[in-house]
Write a protein that binds this ligand. Structure first.
Ligand SMILES: Nc1ncnc2c1ncn2[C@@H]1O[C@H](COP(=O)(O)OP(=O)(O)OP(=O)(O)O)[C@@H](O)[C@H]1O
Ligand SMILES: [Mg+2]
Length: 730
């Protein structure tokens, strides 16, 4: 049989890995050196040359998408579908095992998976049952504690408080949590692995079955395995199963979730006979991009050390763009992305990467405005996110009490003790009387159809919405939203989310920013003289819904890809933008002070840079709105760690020197005659008699009322009336 196609497009060390004898191998190599490619070819080799049935192969990937991709690549190499192969994430594979052996694992057949929301809710309930004061015992922190123990493979009985009472309390909560999960047939993410590990431990026959079934085990992104995942691998592999793990210590970016780089160091001793294979040629990026990545990561201590080279040519310099604010940053990125498409590139070849989810909103809006289709990978679109939908539901209800969907959505979010029985009564009443849920609630209370306790839980909600509407009558929309967030308890509610709490809270603050911008740019129909708050709000809500819908429709067409740096792991794109390279955003303020945290941020930056094949843009904004406040920013230290000769600073080029003409597109043409296009343009440096030098960042209005916003070097941002300000262009 001719198997040359399995190895002829590989370099010698890659070939060595693919065609290695059936023993364990550790492929330790930098980004873009073909690790994932080696795994794919190895699996095809095992099937075709070693004649191992696909049924006897297990491959672990980091995401479900990567699993799908791996399957289709193997299929392409083999020319047939490898049936029976187990390819998936650790969680996916463990879940599969538990479903198959729920009885042996002591779980009901229909066991449920708890997501992080459910998990926190359960921990809270337990705190109440144990009479723990939530102020002292933060349920969020307790949830973290439980998950961290599970990631380490520890049950409550493995923990010892050594007489420390606060430690003992945590252990007690963990224990009660476990019992509640067991009673309810519920399994959280950490439990999937821990439980399936114990399943094998307690059922040697079952373990032996799987050890005999699988003849090869392959693991991608090995640097990000945690302790229980590693133990799981070791147990399954036993003494004989050959394991091929591929990884890069420089790309370990999940330490905050318990991933352990030490697993790489331990691998060779735990899997006897393992040889290490190093790959040093990078096939992904230009030499410039690679050198930048190498120089950056050299700032980390205690690396295993690898040198990467490429023969793909020098390539273009890395473009660094300093925007004056996040809006301008987004505009610049969209323009450059469109330029790529205009020059014949595909939109899906373009990735926009950012550190924090909240950054996507401004980018998304710029894309929508420019009519550029996009999709968010590994995360939800801004207006689709749970917390944003909840916030919008409150706003909808304030607008229209009879919006039942909105009412259903938030009546008990945050939980206010409205039980399912109360809700049923209200729903029944609404059905019978043909009224909205809102109306039904009000009437059910008035007619005393509810118990005192139920009414006592429902009434404050009704009052909250009424009060919010009254209070908002004199407020701008953004302030209304801020008020709603404050009084509804939505921020605190979402903040408690285990993994995403911080991101969710940031997103809610972003909504306030979005509303403020929307308001500033919103112009009601001419005939609608009395356009008040409700109209802006209605327009804003519609816009949000449209944004979400639009983006969805574009999902399968040629789209620009947006994602966080974390979810970009393993992927590659011809054109990459890394946005928000600013101190305290990236590196993130949470990790900046701690040397280990900082190194993990740097690895994340290394991951970002090495996603780019041909061209990389790194952008930052001199000023950014944070929690509704304009903040001055400084560029990220990571930019300074890249040798200057690899960078080129993009100045505001001709394409973005848009002269300001101070007219609204809808206004009649006499405005043009009245106000000739001025010499000013966005991004221009100007000087003012009193405030000194600054950058022109925004404008609005027309004629004598035209105003400009200037971000002054010394006194910060100010709005000035253009005709009075006597600005001079510099
Ligand atoms: N020998 C080779 N010849 C040609 N192209 C190659 C070769 N090896 C790898 N490539 C290509 O280089 C790119 C990077 O490969 P791959 O994604 O497997 O790298 P990786 O080491 O897994 O990267 P990461 O660390 O980012 O996960 C891919 O486009 C792959 O097809
Ligand atoms: Mg890879």
């Amino acid at each position: 049989m001719d198997v040359s196609h399995l190895i002829d497009r590989l370099n010698p060390p890659q070939r060595e890995a693919v065609s290695a004898p059936l023993q364990s191998r550790l492929v330790l190599a930098g980004a873009g050196s073909g690790k994932t490619r080696v795994l794919v070819h190895r699996i095809a080799w095992l099937i075709q040359v070693e004649q191992i049935s696909p049924y006897a192969i297990m491959a672990v990937t980091f995401t479900n998408k990567a699993a799908k991709e791996m399957r289709s690549r193997i299929e392409a190499l083999l020319g047939l579908t490898p049936r029976g192969m187990w390819v998936g994430t650790f969680h996916g594979l463990a879940h599969r095992l538990l479903r198959a052996h729920h009885r042996e694992a002591n779980l009901p057949e229909n066991f449920q998976i708890l997501d992080s929301d459910d998990q926190l809710r359960l921990v809270k309930r337990i705190c109440r049952e144990l009479n723990l004061d939530e102020k002292r015992w933060d349920p969020k922190e307790l949830t973290w504690f439980i998950n961290a123990q599970k990631d380490e493979g520890l049950r409550p009985q493995h923990l010892d408080s050594y007489g420390d009472s606060s430690w003992q309390t945590r252990i007690d909560v963990y224990k009660a949590y476990e019992e509640a999960c067991q009673r309810g047939g519920m399994v959280d993410f950490g439990e999937l692995l821990l439980r399936s590990h114990e399943l094998w431990l307690n059922q040697p026959v079952l373990l032996r079955h799987y050890q005999q079934r699988f003849q090869a085990l392959l693991v991608d992104e090995f640097q990000d395995t945690n302790k229980i995942q590693y133990a799981w691998l070791r147990m399954l592999a036993g003494e004989r199963m050959p394991v091929m793990a591929v990884g890069d210590d420089d790309q370990s970016i999940y330490g905050w979730r318990g991933a352990r780089i030490e697993n790489i160091q331990n691998f060779t001793s735990d899997f006897p006979g393992t040889e290490i294979i190093r790959l040093e040629q990078n096939y992904r990026s230009t030499d410039t991009i690679l050198q930048a990545a190498n120089a950056l990561i050299a700032n980390n201590q205690g690396r295993m050390g690898k040198q990467l080279w490429t023969d793909s040519g020098e390539g273009e310099k890395i473009a660094v763009y300093s925007a004056f604010n996040e809006q301008e940053e987004a505009r610049f990125i969209v323009e450059q992305a469109e330029k790529w498409a205009d020059q014949g590139g595909m939109r899906q070849e373009v990735a926009i990467l950012y550190r924090s989810n909240a950054q996507s909103r401004v980018l998304e809006e710029a894309l929508v405005r420019a009519g550029v289709p996009y999709r968010i990978y590994g995360g939800q679109r801004f207006y689709d996110r749970l917390e944003i939908r909840n916030a919008l539901a409150y706003l909808r209800l304030m607008q229209n009490r009879h919006d039942d969907a909105a009412m259903e959505r938030v009546i008990n979010v945050p939980t206010r003790g409205i039980g399912s029985k109360t809700l049923e009564t209200v729903r029944d009443y609404a059905r019978q009387q043909q009224v909205s849920l809102w109306q039904a609630s009000v009437e059910a209370i008035e007619r005393r159809l509810l118990s005192g306790r139920a009414a006592g839980a429902l009434l404050p909600f009704i009052e909250l919405i009424n009060q919010l509407q009254r209070d908002s009558e004199s407020l701008a929309m953004a302030d209304t939203i801020a008020l709603m967030l404050q009084h509804s308890g939505l921020v605190e509610h979402h903040e408690k989310d285990k993994d995403k709490g911080e991101a969710r809270a940031e997103n809610l603050q972003e909504l306030v920013n979005a509303a403020r911008q929307f308001e500033q740019s919103w112009s009601p129909d001419e005939e609608d003289e009395q356009a008040g708050l409700t109209d802006v709000l209605a327009a804003f809500i519609d816009q949000a819904a449209l944004d979400a819908g639009d983006a969805q429709a574009a999902e399968f067409s040629d789209c620009v890809q947006l994602m966080t740096l974390h979810s970009a792991k393993g992927l590659e794109f011809p054109l990459v933008f890394m946005a928000g390279l600013e101190e305290s955003l990236f590196p993130h303020s949470m990790s900046m002070e701690d040397p280990q945290g900082l190194e993990e941020e740097r690895r994340l930056c290394y991951v970002g840079i090495t996603r780019a094949r041909q061209k990389l843009f790194m952008t930052w904004a001199e000023s950014r709105r944070f929690y509704g406040q304009e903040e001055r920013r400084t560029h990220s230290r990571f930019l300074r760690e890249i040798p200057e000769q690899l960078l080129e600073e993009v100045r505001l080029g001709a394409s973005i020197r848009r002269p300001l003409s101070f007219q609204r597109p809808t206004s009649p043409s006499f405005a043009e005659a009245e106000v000739p296009a001025t010499e000013f343009y966005l991004g221009q440096r100007v000087i003012h008699g009193t405030f000194g030098e600054g950058i022109l960042t925004n404008f609005e209005g027309q004629g004598p009322k035209a105003r400009v916003e200037v971000n002054f070097d010394d006194v910060g941002s100010k709005w000035l009336i253009l005709s009075m300000a006597k600005l001079q262009a510099l």
